[in-house]
Ligand binder design. Structure first.
Ligand code: GAP
Length: 439
């Protein structure tokens, strides 16, 4: 069979809109740059991703979860280095006023937008944090920031979690939540946006054990992406080598081969005692850990961080799942080949025709299955068209109730990938689906 995989983002953007995965934010007002809304299928997919990450990371003895607030004390961002250092160099074109990241373009070349020569301003630093004000009086004392990463809400809760949960090193704290960055050049659909969601874990360790922790989490995180259904040949490691952020002593990224090329999806960084050390200094609080296993030695733990963008991983899942079978022929079929646990709709239930005797059976199957699975009930249009729609949204199984059902109390179950059809007794359908999914 001839199979075409995704080779351009536009095909995916239009499928996502057409089928209810992702819409432009505020579309009826013409949209808002680089902000996106997840539709009914997109939010299911996103929840499946978050659920999978949460279970993989926190359903283990050594990791606890938190959900910190987005707005934090402004001193947090001073201590973390974001107020002074979280900026990109920015240039403007004096002719067309377009803005660019100075480190992403050739400053000696003409403007990429209007082709004017020698038109760039001098590079200046542009802080990526969104500012807002807290309380009724707008003055400099009321400035707060929308968090640019979830990690700081973990560092500031280090002692709370350690003491309430009686944790010994090594242990981790995990969090999923929104982050905001006023990116100069967002784009490529949901790849780089100004509002996005992160899934981060800080693993607190004894200084000197960072290599061991790095090895362990590199393996766990790589395997997670495979378990999510991403193809291994579309994943690779990028070692930052000596080009490290000021807080890190080692850093690796997991990159995915998007239609726009290889790019970062997750970072696994050894952050030393930088963050806790800075918070201890700026808050005046003692953030030492007392190591009972080592003669009550007191020290600030080191941190190994895993940080993956939920939206960016979701984009990889979409890109990876997309395939067109037999393109440009009568048998053309667009399929989103999600793993069942990622599929937004697990089972579609379809009476062959809109007839009460068929619908009674179909609805009772729906009511039974949707206690555990997100299902779709579809009675509109030809059965072939209904199957195609389910293929395009990645539904693993379709159940059809036909006139034979009235005689044999069985239904036809169609497999998305093989299109094979099997007759299954209604009384056995729940167990059949459970066996197929394993959940
Ligand atoms: N706490 C570490 C940290 O925030 P980062 O490399 O800046 O590190 C981690 O971000 C991950 O968050 C990235 O690998 C990416 O998946 C995601 N991410 C970062 N900026 C993003 C943006 N503007 N839009 C979407 N995802 C983004």
């Amino acid at each position: 069979m001839d199979i075409k995989k995704l080779d351009n983002m536009q095909d995916l953007v239009s499928l996502c809109k057409r089928r209810g995965f992702i819409f432009q934010s505020s579309e009826i007002y013409g949209g808002l740059g680089s902000c996106w809304d997840y539709g009914p299928l997109g939010v299911e997919l996103k929840n499946n991703i978050k659920d999978s990450w949460w279970k993989a990371m926190t359903y283990r003895e050594e990791v606890e979860g938190v959900d910190a607030s987005i707005l934090m004390h402004p001193q947090v961002w001073k201590a973390s280095g974001h107020v002074d250092g979280f900026s990109d160099p920015l240039v403007d074109c004096k002719e067309c006023k377009s803005r660019f990241r100075a480190d992403k373009i050739d400053l000696d070349a003409p403007c990429p937008s209007c082709k004017a020569e020698d038109s760039f301003t001098e590079p200046r630093d542009f802080n990526l944090m969104f500012e807002t004000t807290m309380g009724p009086v707008k003055d400099s004392g009321s400035t707060v920031y929308l968090r640019p990463e979830t990690a700081q809400g973990i560092f500031t809760n280090f002692l709370n979690v350690q003491s309430t949960m009686r944790k010994k090193l090594p242990f981790g704290i995990a969090q999923i939540g929104k982050a905001f960055r006023n990116e100069i050049t967002p784009g490529n659909f949901i790849f780089r946006t100004r509002e996005f969601e992160q899934m981060e874990m800080q693993y607190f360790i004894k200084p000197g054990t960072q290599d061991e922790a790095m090895k362990k989490w590199k393996e766990i995180r790589w395997q997670w992406h495979l378990d999510q259904g991403l193809d291994e040949d579309k994943l690779r490691w990028h070692d930052h080598g000596s080009e490290l952020a000021h807080y890190a002593d080692a850093a690796f990224d997991i990159e995915y081969h998007f239609p726009i090329g290889w790019d970062e999806m997750e970072g696994i960084h050894s952050r030393t005692d930088f963050d806790l050390g800075r918070h201890a200094e700026h808050s005046g609080k003692n953030l030492n850990y007392v190591d009972q296993a080592d003669g009550n030695k007191k020290y600030i733990p080191y941190v190994l961080e895993t940080s993956v963008g939920c939206d960016r991983h979701l984009l990889a899942i979409l890109c990876n799942a997309y395939r067109v079978e037999n393109p440009e022929t009568k048998e053309e079929r667009v399929v989103m080949g999600f793993k069942p646990k990622m599929a937004p709709i697990k089972v579609a239930i379809m009476p062959l025709m809109k007839k009460p005797e068929l619908e009674t059976h179909a609805r009772s199957i729906l009511e039974d299955l949707q206690k555990n699975y997100k299902c779709e009930y579809d009675v509109a249009g030809s059965i072939g068209k209904r199957y195609r729609r389910q293929d395009e949204i990645g539904t693993p199984y379709c159940i059809t109730v036909d006139y034979d059902t009235l005689e044999d109390n069985a239904v036809t179950v169609r497999d998305r990938d093989s299109m094979a059809q099997e007759r299954v007794k209604i009384s056995e359908i729940r167990q059949y689906i459970l066996n197929k999914f394993g959940f």
